[in-house]
Design a binder for this molecule. Structure first.
Ligand SMILES: [Zn+2]
Ligand SMILES: [Zn+2]
Length: 170
């Protein structure tokens, strides 16, 4: 004896129709999401490579031909930073151009000098930091793990250490 009535059959047909629609809708949404993600991914990649090209362009500009008014990229240090067109220039000419381009490079030298000064400064700081913070103590401290104290002052009370540190800072 079958339990299936015409109503049952109608119901199951409707349900399966809706399920099919649901599956179609979900898969479309998923596909759209993936499409958006792929588009975003690709556009971010394109942006990244654009930035890279910009960087490369910038580097090429820095190493341009040193001949005055020449905007060609140079062939590098082996060609005295001259382009294809100027690489056979006379030594005297090249010397003059280099002198002129060195003049333009003054701020660059300034930056280099500052970097050197900064390095010297940090070296000095490191050396100062490595000495014991106790007043009038010339011993080398055992480092940050020992609150910048030497072996002799290692067991100094915390309050004293704080006072010494404050005195050194101020
Ligand atoms: Zn040139
Ligand atoms: Zn000490």
């Amino acid at each position: 004896m079958s339990q299936r009535t015409p109503l049952d059959r109608e119901l199951s047909k409707t349900v399966s129709l809706h399920v099919d629609q649901l599956v179609a809708t979900i898969s479309q949404v998923v596909r759209e999401n993936i499409a958006i993600q792929v588009t975003e991914y690709l556009s971010s990649r394109a942006l990244g490579s654009g930035r890279l090209a910009e960087l490369r362009e910038g580097r090429r500009n820095v190493r341009g031909c040193i001949a005055p008014g020449c905007s060609n990229p140079s062939k590098g240090p082996r060609f005295r930073y001259l382009c294809q067109q100027h690489k056979n220039a006379s030594k005297k000419e090249v010397e003059a151009w280099r002198e002129a381009s060195r003049g333009h490079g003054a701020p660059k030298n300034g930056v280099a000098a500052a970097a050197v000064a900064g390095r010297a400064q940090s070296r000095r700081k490191v050396r100062r930091d490595m000495s014991c913070i106790a007043p009038n103590c010339k011993n080398v401290s055992k480092g940050p793990r020992f609150r910048y104290l030497c072996a002799k002052h290692l067991n100094a009370p915390k309050k004293a250490c704080e006072a010494w540190r404050a005195a050194r800072r101020g």
